[in-house]
Structures are given as structure tokens and as C-alpha cells.
Ligand binder design. Sequence first.
Ligand code: GTP
Ligand code: MG
Length: 148
Amino acid sequence: QERTYIMVKPDGVERGLVGKIISRFEQRGYKLAAIRLLKADQALLSQHYADLAEKPFFPRLMAYMTSGPVVGMVWEGKDAVRTGRTLLGETNPLNSAPGTIRGDFCIDVGKNLCHGSDSVENANKEIALWFPQGVCSYDRPSDRLIYE
Ligand code: GTP
Ligand code: MG
């Protein structure tokens, strides 16, 4: 099954939205494969956001992401990468539809609550980066109620 890396950013942790964000993925039918709360350092975040290093907002993004702990998760299931980003909403929350996480809970792009991998290739890189110890494989009998 496809896996994606989803992260609740420091604003989401501080605002007490971790449970609600987890619930969106659970209720859709995705399976939790790993979860971890940590204060990310510059080195880890620089790798995670390597492709944004030249952007003007990069220093602000680093300050935001190191302002408190994040919750990193791996969610597993059919089309997890693309559908995961649909559940999050648009990068700019003002463009996010109600019913999405960003569309329901935030306003500014610099405080947009959550991260989701943007491709299967990047998901695999991010999962290896944030979960070097690996993720959890297990059978979930209720899969028969979710997949035809
Ligand atoms: P992620 O799921 O967080 O990776 O968002 P994304 O893939 O939709 O967007 P992208 O990877 O291009 O940007 C990563 C993060 O940088 C965004 O989620 C924002 O938190 C932040 N960001 C992107 N563009 C801007 C911007 O124009 N201004 C500010 N302040 N932050 C930005
Ligand atoms: Mg991105």
C-alpha cells in the first residue's frame, strides 16, 4: 500500500489540533503506520525542505517549524499521497475548501498547520528522514470494510 508523510506543524500542536487532524485520516480509512512528537532541528528541517532553501520565505519557514514540537506521521492506504494532500487543502489556506483541514482551521500560508508529501518519491524520502528506525506493518481486519 502507498504511504505518505503527514506532519502537524508547531501551530497545530500548540492549538491542540493533533487529534482532529489524526481523526480526518482515520475516519477516511487510512491506516497509521508511524507517529512521533519531536522538536525538529535546523539540520533535519533543511533536509526536509531542501528544495525551498532559495525561497525568500525560507528563514521564516525555519523559524516557524522550530518554534515548537511537530507531530510526524506515516499514513498508509490507496492513493495516500494525493488524497492526503486533498485532505489537507491548498498550500494557501485562503484557497482551501471548507471540509479540508486547512480550510476548516487556519488562514495564513505561514501558519498552515500541516504538511503532506507531494509525490510518492518524496514521501519515501521523507519517511526515511523522519522515521530512520522504520515504520510499523500490521494487519487491520477492518480493511475489508474499506476496500472492495
Ligand atoms: P507542505 O505540505 O507544507 O510541504 O506545503 P506545500 O507542499 O503545499 O507547499 P510547499 O512545499 O511549496 O511549501 C512548504 C511550506 O512553506 C508551506 O506549507 C508553507 O508553510 C510555507 N510556504 C510556502 N509558500 C510560502 C509563502 O509564500 N510564504 C510563507 N510565509 N510561507 C510559505
Ligand atoms: Mg511541500
